[in-house]
Ligand binder design. Sequence first.
Ligand code: FA5
Length: 335
Amino acid sequence: MENVGSLVLAAQDEITAAASTADLKQIEIKYLGKNGLITSLMRQMGSLSAEEKPAFGAAVNTAKATVQESIDNRFSALRDVELAHRFEAEKIDVTMPGRQTRVGYAHILHLTTLKIKRVLGGLGFRYEEGPELEDFKYNFDALNYPPDHPAMDDQDTFYVADDLVLRTQCTALQGRIFAQEKPPLRVFTVGRTFRNEAVDRTHNHTFHQVDCFMIDENVSMAHLKGTLGTFARAMFGPEVKVRFRPDFFPFVEPGVDYAISSPKLFNGRWVELGGAGLIHPNILEANGIDPQKYSGFAFGLGVERIPMMAYGVDDLRLFLENDLRFLSQFQGIAA
Ligand code: FA5
C-alpha cells in the first residue's frame, strides 16, 4: 500500500514539473500505460491473501483515478498556454498592405507581330500560317534549291526525319499556297523559324521571320521597293529610306538584300533587314503559273531585327530568355 502512495506522489511531482503536453503524454504512459508503473501493481494481486485483495485493488484504482485526474488538469492548463503561444506566433496583421499581384503584358515580339500584321494587312496582303515542322520539299525543293545547297546540311538545319525539318525560313509557305491557289496572290506570314547555327548576339537557334509575296501581271522590282518602303516607314517612321544590293537566294531572280537608314536610328547608318527579289521563273513554272504572263516579288526578314533597331537592343537572345528585367521595359508599348 505504501508503494501505491509513493508512486502517486512521484507521479504528481512529475506532472507538476511537466513543461509541455508532450511531456505529460510521456508521464501518462510511464504510470498509466499498459505496462505503466501503477497499472503493473495489479500483477501483485496474485501474491496477496483473499482478505487483502479488495483493499489493494481499490487502492490501485483510486491511485489510477487520482493520477489521471492530475494529468487531465495539467494537460488543459498546458494546452491553453501552448495554444496562446501558437496564436501569438501565427498572428496575422490584417492592417498590413496586401502583396501586389503582377499584371501581365504582351511580349515585345508579339506586339511587333501585331504591328506587322496590321501594316501588311493594310497593304492588301492576306495572313496565312504554315507549320513549324515542315516538309523538306516545301522548305527547300519547292524553292528551287539545287541538291547540294549548304543550307540543307545538318549543320544548318534541324532534321526530324529525312523529309521533315524544323523550317529554316517562312518562305516555305509559298509552295503550300501555290499548290492550292492561282494568281493573283498577295500573302504573308509571321512565325518561328529554326537554324542549327552558332548562337551569338545576332543569331539564335530559334527566331522569327516575316515572309511576304505577291504574284500578278507585270509585278516588278518597283512594286517590291514600293511595298518595302511603305512597310519600313510604317514600322520605323516616315524618314526611313530603303536600299537594295544584289544578293543570291535560289528562289528569286534577281535577288537582293535590303537595308534601311533613318536619321533617328543608329546615327543614320544603313542596317540590313532581310532578303528579297522577284520570284524565280522556275518556281512559277513548276507550279503551273505562266512566267510570261505573271511575275511576283517576295521578301523576308527577321522579326527580332525590328525591336532591336527600334529600341536599341544589342543582343537578340534576350527576347527568348524570359527575363522580366528585360521584358518589363516594353510594358505599356502600344501594339
Ligand atoms: C531568308 O531566310 C530568306 N528566306 C529571305 C527571303 C525571302 C529572301 C524572300 C528572298 C525572298 P536569310 O537567311 O538572310 O534569308 O534570313 C532572313 C533574315 O532572318 C535575316 O536578315 C535575319 O534578320 C534573320 N535571321 C536569319 N538567321 C537568323 C538567326 N540565326 N537568328 C536570328 N535571326 C536570323
